[in-house]
Design a protein around this ligand. Sequence first.
Ligand code: FE2
Ligand code: FE2
Length: 390
Amino acid sequence: MSSLILITLSILALMVVYLFLRSMLRKEPKTPPPPAQRIIRRVPERRETPEAAPGPESNQAGPVVEEQAVQSGLVAAGEDTLPSSLDWRPIGRAQLEVETVWRLEHALRELQDLGQTPTIHVDFNMEPRELSLVLASNPFYAAKILKTVNSAAFGLRYHIDSLQRAITFLGYNQVKNIVFQHVMSSKMFEVHKKSDYFDLLRFWKHSHAVSVCADFLLREVLRRTQGVGMITTAALMHDIGWVVYSRYDAEKADRLFRRLAGEPDVNNPMLFEEEVFGFNHLVAGRMLAEQWQIPKQICALIGFHHCGTFGLEGGVEQETVFGACVIAKAEELSAEMGYASPLPEPREIRTDLASILGSQVATLPSGSVKLREELTKTMKIIEEFDKPES
Ligand SMILES: [Fe+2]
Ligand SMILES: [Fe+2]
């Protein structure tokens, strides 16, 4: 009997101890998660390989020499394809904090409709002439193109009533860009939260200018016709990441734009972007383009378009390296011609673009008359095309 009482008392004692410990654990305050650490990215120290340093001959040969250098072991695979003298790299998709990715994907979903339009999914490998005709085949755009070409701004003494002639007069790349941009911006006005510090029209003018400069570099300087449609389209879209900010957080975006507008000569404006948002317009633009399911190469070019400042890691496809360097050079040219981005962007070229593009790019005169004429024409087209219907 006494042993039964003893067992019962022991069980009761154990239960009391258990309940006591449980209540103690519940009372223990929840420790907050550690504050998110900003990842400081530094370019890994490079091994000095004097033999691999690009000389005058390698500038001439461009990508072929780079590839041969990698194959021969002069440049170890995985090292930077385009080294930059700047000891800083923009944050990439893999380094984003989980919460940032989640919020970014949410913001991008709100822009999903924008990517549904068939104009964005045309085959950019088509010949520019063919492509511009496809884009202009929509009756609305055909009418707009004819109206633009016959407007007083162009001062033609004769009337153009053939769409094909109108396209030839305006230029294939111009027509392709103008239709593409019109589709995008008309939709974008619906979703873009307005900021007094972000001028959407100047933003498009800059994007067009970079595309026109890329076209000029490819055709007139590098005498290249392959991949022109792809690269000039990526050039038109290169800064698309800027529109993501206001969808992500309109208040923060306004703060960022105001800060950038107040410091036009800031050394590395991308630091501001990352400080305020935890990402930059390179990664946001690439993710947006990927969500729209546009060709992978265009997405990559959007993500690498500031390679002139930040360089490029190893392992990037040769064609992408080439296209990204064309856009970086085009961005520099467009700024020289007075069409820099409305907000400060990384402008200083800290890489040897000529090692990829060839020496003719390094010696390019900044004031090409032909390019200036093309740009003036482009801006006229934009202004005429964007005039509201009377
Ligand atoms: Fe940019
Ligand atoms: Fe830009």
